[in-house]
Design a protein around this ligand. Sequence first.
Ligand code: HPA
Ligand code: ZN
Length: 332
Amino acid sequence: MNQQNLIQALPKAELHVHIEGTFEPELMFEIAQRNAVDIPYKTVDEVKQAYNFHNLQSFLDIYYAGAKALIHEKDFYDLTWAYFKKCKEDHVVHTEIFFDPQTHTVRGIAFETIFNGIFKACQDAKEKLDISSELIMCFLRHLSEEEAFEVLEQALPFKAHIIGVGLDSSELGHPPIKFELVFSKAKEEGFLIVAHAGEEGPAEYIWQALDLLHVNRIDHGVRSEEDPKLLKRLIKERMPLTVCPLSNLKLCVIEDMKEHNIKRLLDLGLCVMVNSDDPAYFGGYMNENFYAIDRALDLGEARIKQLAINSFEASFLPEQEKKKWIEKVQAM
Ligand code: HPA
Ligand code: ZN
């Protein structure tokens, strides 16, 4: 089997994808039109041209603008269902989806409208596509901790179906320590914990995510490489880093895919795996991310399989399910 076929054939878990980041221009036009929402583009080409980012903030400005088209439960359902179809194409068998309620509640959309649309698509994906999923609610770090407490409160009635809480949006200037208390409360309520750290922000933010938020995984974390002591700890604890190669390239965290550190981190013994982050904006879903790093870094079969194994190891699946998928990968 050549490596492209292997990547396609492997079962994979996705652990870092923002549902609002899967909003493809075609669907955005369709939903904006039926909701009579103005979006600042006339054609799909115009949209794609606007996706010319130079850092995280320049992306987020466009990402939040696009999300304004989402109003009704059906909009959130359609968005999520479209993503699951991409999972099926890429043989992603399990996905842990981020959603950003505050992006929508600030526009007057009810929490339950957002949640129900996304969750119903998750249920249908299990039944019709045989894809399992979990939901992770993210706090927007450019907003206050008080506002994060408010959204946590709104999430409590849906707690049985939200496995964890995370932290996303503008990283620089908004360190994890800003949210120490709300994460402590979320942990008490039984949520698992993840946080974006070390994407644009320094290694110090990763230390804070570990020591103050007590995370189960770090999202991105690629700047950990700048701190040997931190690397040692991440290796020792087998703390997962949910790495997103095309995102790093598109947001100029790296200048060339050949510079990406995923292969070095993997070879050091870190639990890294491949994820798509905001695939509608960054040029591809799971398999495109694999192809891009394989082309640039020449991974070889063993590493490709290890990345798939790590995706299950680091997932929030029950141990039996993890074991089942890991054995399938090993047998390929
Ligand atoms: N980083 C931080 N926040 C985000 C991202 C990201 O890549 N995507 C959506 N929200
Ligand atoms: Zn992200």
